[in-house]
Design a binder for this molecule. Sequence first.
Ligand code: ADP
Ligand code: ZN
Length: 728
Amino acid sequence: MDAFYDEGTLVAVLTTQPLDRALDYKAPEGGCWQGAFVEVPLGPRKVLGVVWGPGRGDFDYARVRSVIRVLDAAPMRDELRSFLERAGDYTLTPLSAMLRLATRAPGLGDAPSMRKIYRLGDSEPERMTDARRRVLDVLSDMGGLALTQGELAETAGVTPSVIKGLAKTGAVREEEAPRDTPFPRLDPDYGGKALADDQAVAAQDLRAGVASGRYGTVLLKGVTGSGKTEVYLEAVAECLAQGRQALVLLPEIALTAEFLTRVEARFGARPAEWHSGVTVTERRRVWKQIAAGGAQLVVGARSALFLPYRDLGLVVVDEEHDTSYKQDEGVFYNARDMAVLRASICAAQVVLASATPSLESWANADAGKYRRLDLTSRFGASLLPEMRAIDMRAETLPSNRWVSPSLQSEVLARLQKGEQAMLFLNRRGYAPVTICRACGHQIGCPHCDARMVEHRFLQRLVCHQCGETIAKPETCPSCGAEDKLAAVGPGVERLAEEAAELFPQARLAVLSSDLFGSARALKEEIEKIAQGGADIVIGTQLVAKGHNFPLLTLVGVIDADLGLQGSDLRAAERTFQLMRQVAGRAGRAEKPGVALLQTYQPEHPVIRAILSGDEEGFWQAEADERRAAGMPPYGRLAGVILSSTEVQEVFDLGNAMARQDAPLRRIGAQVYGPAPAPVARVRGRHRVRLLVKAPKGVALQPALAEWAAQFRLRGELRMAIDIDPQSF
Ligand code: ADP
Ligand code: ZN
């Protein structure tokens, strides 16, 4: 049981402000529990905090200020507090920043009197001011949804009095906030399917794990369509039956719609959702119900790991190899690893599901740290797709064409049978390069070391690093020549143009993240395709993930060599995963599928491994290579990114850090660099990177912290430490 602090006792309150430790306050009238969410004075302001433990008492008691009030939220449990501490230690993130991840509960700081909610009314106010306009704009953007006074005031940047004033005019409607209702109960026995033999064996193992009430991690490896989802839903069922909560993480919001339907079919009701597409009001409800136990199952994005579960018994990380689980901004963490950490603290089971696991998980299973369950065949009659290369050296293609004659005729054959084909190219936009044919100038981003990518759909040139967009110029910005700017290379939009010419009768659907304004629009397009509303699907990475297109029998990969370029050590792993994943889209129902890979290097070992499907052989070879190089997962890596507007400053600091490496040498680690970061300038800031390589099993984080603490960051200099970086 957590400690209770009587009024006047000193408590240490951790706030979300960037301070290096919790501050002492006096417990308020009526006292407070450890873990309580509170409002405390900090300088002239009132800020949100959590009672973290007893106060230190190293300050004159009389001068210590009091907690202002205890907020109306369930106290943060011990388990979540330890998780934040340990995750902060692992990622070298200050605890205050970790706390921010766990307090993204909308309206948490609202006083009970602020619990009124506001929506757009029917009339315009007689007197309009800028502030009033902002409030009305925010509400009209909410599309009929309500906001609390606190949320509305903050979003619109106005004082509550502006809102009250508008409510009097009728331009805004004021209502009592609805009481947060629990989610409908899920029934673990509702819609279970009869499982195939290997599925039943795997499901039994997972159920036993959950029933044990202990921590454990399982790698559930199964080819696409083998029924991994069906199997891990059995683990969810067991968790529900045990009265504990379950979390399923998905890498992409676009996948949740299909998944929610499956959950409903399996458990008779819909679960709670947690991702950026969920409204503020709903998020507040989800947060509260998770803490109160009124949400049994949460389906969410990586941030759902930081929710205040009452009793978390299972975390499923679907498509565990997916790179979007790594957050590469602010707090650098990998949701897969954090799921394992949290589960180990709260005695939960973790299921890592994938057709193409990360080398990390494969190695952890190999070393016996994770259990491993394999599903080797597709469920029912459907077979794995056949994979073949199209040797592009033998194909004749006119310039600015990317679909080879061989691929073209295969697509035609499918169309004639009324089946679907997919053309895959992992490049957004129309063309990756815009070049002047008079002087050779390439249009680059003004703020980054990156080329501007033409997007015809948006009618702009776009920087994929910082998002800057410009109109496509008529004349070359360098030499002034007119009408000489040419699009070079293919993007998915250009491929769509080519497909429209090659297959004029076919109905095309283009799936690329920037073509859809909302998750809903994307979801509708995906449903349309699944129901046969398109003949050819043209897409980027987005189509590689878990979607079920039953009519799809052919996947054509336009450039299988794309991911193999560059010096990234993970290039092989990534390409292997992506190609197998895309190919897995073909032949998911009764009709057999084929995947054709256009390549200029069919003998390349990675391409050969993809085609042969010898996965264990591929992983073994990758593992051997990494082991020999002392690279992850057989060694540890950390990236240090230094950035500044001044290029000299970053190199000076980088060089100093490389020289003063005593704390690292003591643990046998080496520093490489400084070198320009993979993208050397982003948003006007120059970036260099140092890589720290350490043997496995040493205490890397404390050494890194000691090393980094030797240097002061003056002026514009910033340092970010990325433990287990994705690319190296
Ligand atoms: P994966 O997650 O491995 O890609 P899924 O769980 O999505 O595989 O299963 C692929 C398809 O086969 C789905 O449509 C699923 O409903 C169906 N399926 C899998 N196992 C069964 C089963 N035991 N009974 C009925 N349908 C099943
Ligand atoms: Zn840019």
